[in-house]
Design a protein around this ligand. Structure first.
Ligand code: SER
Length: 314
């Protein structure tokens, strides 16, 4: 394997925290540089740089300093936060992406990863087994920025030959770091509250079904996509990517098997609307065919593993 130097933009976030650990294990501790717009809450060791992705000069400085060969660009505002600050979200999500794409072309970066989301779909997309290519009419600023971003990724691939790869993540469930500002976050908070208090007030209705994935699968799949031969990839916008789907009531019932006294109540807020505009389940046949994607965790396996790990945090 040729030597790679990998920069993660947004390494303090829910995905970045875990990718930093896994990429360092795979590519060498000193070959993976963490970065975010603020210092991590807990020191991550190794190379870390403060970068605001809107500051293209600073981004260039770091990319040149380390002779970066791959960038994982994860810095973005998620659905609920983006609705509160639509202009700031659009600016960060789009201009940040342009800065990365333009510098990648200029500095001849070998590969870029950029996360898309199930939020690219909308109320007129098929709800169940939503296919890769279908009606896409996102109703959130976050979803609109992800759909536009996908189109630009494809454009930079076609126009500049940039090797950019992307996944439409479902809700991601993890214990190492808290998600921030998303609609699917209830599926993480519920574990911490169940263990700490034996109860949880959910901001979605009990029957709101959403596609979800355990972080172990998401990280493995992401690295597998990045390591797949370029000629196997049939899309440069986001790949549909799936593992499980469930409702808050179904998740609560599984948690109750381990914590019988656990009680869930429902108090839906504005996030209900965003969730209702998204698919209930995803067809990821093309990812499975193109680069051999296969999930390992279903809902019961995820709940068991989450509870085991979250106990350490209570
Ligand atoms: N998890 C994201 C959110 O809820 C969707 O990709 O905003």
């Amino acid at each position: 394997m040729s030597k790679e130097t990998i920069l993660i933009l947004g390494s303090n976030g829910q995905i970045g925290t875990e990718l930093l650990i896994s990429l360092r294990a795979a590519y060498g501790y000193d070959n993976v540089i963490g970065s975010d717009f603020k210092q991590p809450n807990e020191p991550v060791g190794g190379h870390f740089e403060l970068i605001d992705v809107l500051d293209s000069d600073r981004l260039r400085e770091v990319m040149e300093k380390y002779k970066v060969t791959q960038v994982y660009h994860l810095a973005a505002l998620l659905s609920a936060t983006a609705e509160q600050k639509p202009k700031a979200a659009w600016k960060l999500n789009m201009e940040g992406l342009f800065n990365v794409l333009d510098l990648a072309v200029e500095l001849k970066v070998k590969k870029i990863f950029w996360p898309s989301s199930i939020a690219v779909f909308g109320p007129n997309s098929p709800k169940y087994n939503t296919p890769q290519n279908t009606v896409m009419d996102p109703k959130t600023i976050y979803g609109i920025s992800k759909l536009a971003g996908e189109k630009f990724c494809d454009y930079y691939f076609l126009k500049h030959g940039l090797d950019i790869r992307s996944i439409r993540y479902p809700g991601l469930i993890s214990y190492r770091s808290a998600p921030g500002g998303g609609t699917t976050d209830y599926a993480v908070h519920i574990f911490h509250e169940a263990l700490a208090k034996g109860k949880y007030e959910c901001f979605l209705k009990e029957d709101t079904m959403l596609p979800m994935m355990y972080m172990d699968d998401a990280i493995r799949g992401t690295i597998e996509l990045m390591e797949a031969p370029a000629d196997k990839l049939s899309t440069r916008s986001g790949y549909n990517f799936s593992a499980m789907h469930f409702t808050p009531a179904e998740l609560a019932a599984e948690i109750k098997k381990y914590i019988p006294e656990f009680v869930i109540t429902y108090n839906p807020d504005e996030r209900q609307k965003y969730a209702e505009s998204w698919p209930c389940s995803i067809d990821d046949m093309i990812a499975r065919k193109d680069w051999g994607w296969k999930h390992q965790f279903d809902m019961p396996a995820m709940v068991k593993d989450m509870l085991e790990h979250c106990r350490n945090f209570v």
